[in-house]
Design a protein around this ligand. Structure first.
Ligand SMILES: Nc1nc2c(ncn2[C@@H]2O[C@H](COP(=O)(O)OP(=O)(O)OP(=O)(O)O)[C@@H](O)[C@H]2O)c(=O)[nH]1
Ligand SMILES: [Mg+2]
Length: 469
């Protein structure tokens, strides 16, 4: 990874692009105060010093371009100053709140660039915060997730991760493993005397405990991923059942083509929407039927793939067309493709049928009746989806891993722990055991960005056991 020099002073728009009431420009680096002082004046046009003011204070004034006589006023602004190390990045920083027109934002940024800043690269403020020890890697990644979080649940997970919940858990695991490593390395130092500092039973207990914790974190990745990217809900059924109509109704948008020709949808179409703070990703699929049309049959196999990958499958059928006898084998077929997903049986086009009759006909299938076209029963369907999500008992206060890199490091830690346990079973020599433990420690450290050195292990040994006093 290329790490840009952090001796530069960087500036960028901190708020969203576009027009708004105000916009905030963030400047950070050793020259932050110099740069801003060179363009900032009092309301009456007098130069203003910022560096002698206390941090976390706001100052009203104007931003000017040019020198005293022919200076042009660009905007009236509020300037907030942060002194190192008490800022987000840990450096001297200034935030200029200006009026939110795109023209002003651009003029101001250009002016700052001419006075000694350079444009910040994406994530560079957070990178500096990390380099200055403001937080660790997993917290830095959580900031990115927080900014991108689209639903209440994703926001909560990212927030918790940023405040260190995840790192704390990893830290505890790492410390426990470090103790283990220290004991084994200690044995190596005394190898001639054939002593066993590390009680093997206790070590095994400890390893199992760590393994359970790691497994729980790995499992949480599945849930975390779902919260971050939306719960995949596949809408499947026979051609013409009204799948595309339902997708459009749920999204409140004409997303998919609807027609009375069976086989209209030939590829999967997906889009996300938040319902009650939960992000869902709806996937409209090609109607399930055996067909000789090559393209349509590719579509059908994609539909089956979607059934496999989804967390919830909506089986949609036309109550007017389908009989109870036909529904049974159709559901069995869908169930044979489901891979852990929850199945929701939904009868569509109830506007064309008497609801009491339909309820009697399909009573055994626990069916929800809707009219995708007339928007009947859609609220109930949405509530049902949200409740299915709740019933997955996602406890948001639990630590949830949402980052693929973390999940990968955890999996590799698990592999290393597995090797340690197997090695112990085969009574392998202490130096090989120590190697596997070090490996596990390295993977755990990858998550928090901390380096493990031999000094860490030695420090731990001497700090704890006071060999030789
Ligand atoms: N009366 C009535 N007609 C509906 C309803 N939902 C869909 N339709 C009609 O049924 C026909 C098929 O709808 P689509 O949404 O294209 O069906 P589909 O399941 O996506 O079909 P394929 O893409 O071919 O698999 C269209 O003419 C829709 O207007 C409904 O709730 N009531
Ligand atoms: Mg369709």
């Amino acid at each position: 990874m290329y790490v840009p020099p952090n001796t530069d002073t960087i500036a960028a728009l901190a708020t969203a692009h576009g027009t708004a009431a105000i916009a905030v420009i963030r400047i950070s680096g050793p020259q932050a105060f110099d740069v801003v002082e060179s363009v900032f004046r009092s309301r009456k046009g007098k130069p203003k010093t910022l560096r002698n003011k206390p941090g976390h204070t706001a100052h009203f004034g104007i931003i000017v371009e040019g020198n005293a006589e022919d200076a042009v006023i660009l905007d009236e602004v509020l300037v907030t100053i942060f002194k190192n190390p008490h800022s987000y990045t840990g450096e001297d920083s200034v935030e200029i709140s200006c009026h939110g027109s795109v023209f002003i934002q651009q003029q101001l940024l250009q002016l700052l660039y001419r006075h000694g800043c350079r444009p910040a690269q994406p994530g560079e403020f957070t990178l500096r915060a990390f380099l200055n020890g403001k937080f660790d890697l997993s917290q830095a990644e959580a900031v990115a997730d927080l900014i991108a979080s689209q639903s209440g649940a994703a926001h909560q997970v990212a927030m918790q991760q940023m405040r260190g919940g995840f790192s704390n858990k990893i830290q505890i695991l790492r410390d426990e493993l470090m103790n283990f490593a220290s004991l084994i390395e200690l044995e190596l130092d005394f190898s001639e005397e054939d002593v066993e500092f590390a009680n093997r039973d206790e070590l095994r207990q400890l390893l199992w405990k760590i393994q359970r914790l790691i497994q729980r974190l790995i499992d949480s990745f599945e849930v975390g991923n779902v919260i971050k990217n939306g719960i995949p809900v596949a809408i499947v059924g026979k051609p013409n059942a009204g799948k595309s109509t339902l997708l459009n109704t749920l999204l409140d948008e004409e997303r998919a083509i609807v027609s009375d020709i069976p086989g209209t949808t030939r590829d999967t179409i997906e889009d996300e929407i938040t319902i009650d703070g939960v992000l869902f990703r709806f996937i409209d699929t090609a109607g399930l039927r055996s067909t000789t049309d090559t393209i349509e049959s590719i579509g059908v196999s994609r539909s089956l793939e979607q059934i496999r990958q989804s967390a919830i499958v909506i089986y949609l059928f036309d109550v007017h067309e389908m009989t109870r006898a036909e529904l049974m084998p159709a559901l069995d077929e869908v169930k044979s493709y489901i891979n852990g997903a929850q199945l929701l049986v939904v009868g569509n086009k109830i506007d064309k049928e008497d609801i009491a009759t339909a309820q009697r006909e399909f009573a055994e299938f626990d069916t929800l009746f809707i009219s995708a076209k007339e928007h009947y029963g859609i609220d109930d369907l949405q509530q049902k989806l949200v409740s299915l999500f709740d019933s997955r008992t996602v406890n948001i206060t639990e630590t949830i891993v949402t980052n693929a890199r973390h999940a990968d490091a955890l999996r590799r830690t698990n592999g290393a722990i597995e090797r340690i346990i197997n090695g112990m079973g085969m009574n392998i020599p202490g130096d090989l055991l120590a190697q596997d433990i070090r490996e596990a420690l390295v993977y755990l450290s990858e998550i928090t960005g901390q380096q493990i050195t031999s000094d860490d292990l030695l420090g731990n040994i001497f700090g704890k056991f006071c060999i030789g006093k």
